[in-house]
Design a protein around this ligand. Structure first.
Ligand code: NDP
Length: 342
């Protein structure tokens, strides 16, 4: 017989949103956890809900949020609708006593994200943000090296996250400002979380310039270069885009005693290399790569069972959003913007 801990880790999940990320990564990541299954899916369109359910072998499909939340088999929800819907859906899930794993950006403004975190806390449910990158073996290694003082005092970081938005995702991200479109809320928000994680520091100020190269609709940015100042003095440079097919991705942290050079690390896939360069030469690290989403869901399931915190909490989601909004503000005003966490 399963013990208490095992029982409390057996979770029936409801998907709020018949999305690409759910289909490509999260259904499998949930099912990789012992005793966990996706038991229901909700889409605004009943046909899409039924088709998604059939294709992913999900027992129940709904086109109404309250119906999914009333399903007694649903103990936790994964929210991966477009960004403007996250707030009302998370508030409803919390009110129904469901644990919540929500996609980034949590919301379109900090007050809404704070409201979501507060509602989950008041309801006594776990809330997590699906920032996958901090689950990567590469970023965990960088975090460990920085924390152990391997590069001395960290001074600068650089993030290379200019990628090409695949054709099948060239929808609302490019033409629906009300859904939180644009590269900053899509990609910069991940950079912000990853840098907070690897540096164990908080962004306090941002500058940036956005580009409109014509992939996104007029008035919406499809590329950005930004600078963040952290509370430990680190300056970080970010380059994010939807429009660049061949740059490759990377993250570097440069300190007083050495540099960490990571390549092919701003990605959903469990790949990438991390090298430490210092006066002794170069050391490349052997990493045990693991599916980032599987690892993230495992931490969530453990948190539901009372064991530790999710990989990225609701508060982490508030902070990455606040940082991305400061970059947007700076890129629009042409002046440095404070990161406002409240
Ligand atoms: P999708 O465009 O695939 O899905 C978003 C919503 O669009 C769905 O909830 C669905 O609405 C609707 N939709 C999906 N397919 C169709 C279609 N063929 N016709 C009409 N409507 C459709 O978005 P993503 O999966 O790319 O992103 C969803 C969320 O996940 C966003 O918040 C995004 O920022 C986040 N994300 C996070 C990633 C990560 O690694 N953490 C990676 C990718 C995205 P309905 O549910 O009503 O059917």
């Amino acid at each position: 017989m399963a013990g208490e801990g095992e029982l409390s880790k057996a979770i029936g999940w409801g998907l709020i949103g018949a999305s690409t990320i759910a289909r490509e990564w999260m259904v499998e990541a949930i099912r990789a956890q012992p005793g966990n299954d996706v038991v229901a899916v909700m889409s605004a369109d009943p046909d899409r809900a039924r088709t998604f359910a059939a294709e992913c072998r999900i027992a129940a499909s709904y086109s109404n949020l309250q119906a999914l939340l009333a399903d007694p088999k649903v103990r936790a929800v994964y929210v991966s609708t477009t960004n403007e819907l996250h707030r009302p859906q998370v508030l409803a899930a919390a009110a129904a006593g469901k644990h919540v794993l929500c996609e980034k950006p949590l919301a379109l403004d900090v007050a809404a994200a704070r409201e979501m975190v507060a509602a989950c806390a008041a309801a006594g449910v776990v809330m997590a943000t699906n920032h996958h990158l901090r689950n990567a073996a590469t970023h965990r290694k960088i975090h460990e090296l920085v924390a152990a003082g391997a590069i001395g005092r960290p001074l600068f970081a650089r993030v290379f996250h200019a990628v090409y938005l695949p054709a099948h995702l060239q929808g609302w991200r490019l033409n629906r400002p009300g859904a939180g479109a644009g590269v900053v809320l899509d990609i910069t928000v991940h950079d912000a979380d990853t840098l907070r994680f690897v540096l164990s520091a908080e962004p306090i100020e941002a500058t940036g310039m956005a580009q409109h190269a014509g992939m996104a609709e007029a008035g919406l940015e499809d590329g950005v270069m930004a600078l963040l100042r952290f509370d430990n003095g680190v300056l970080a440079q970010l380059h994010d885009a939807f429009t660049v097919a061949h740059a490759g991705t990377g993250l570097e942290v440069h300190g007083s005693e050495g540099s960490i050079i990571a390549r092919n690390v701003m990605t959903q896939r469990p790949v990438g290399e991390v090298t430490l360069r210092n006066a002794d030469g170069e050391t490349a690290f052997a990493l045990e790569h693991e599916n980032l989403y599987v690892r993230g869901v495992r931490a969530f399931v453990q948190a539901v069972a009372g064991e530790g915190q999710p990989a990225a909490t609701g508060e982490d989601g508030v902070r990455s959003l606040a940082t991305a909004l400061a970059v947007l503000e700076a890129s629009k005003s042409g002046r440095a913007a404070k990161v406002r966490y409240q």
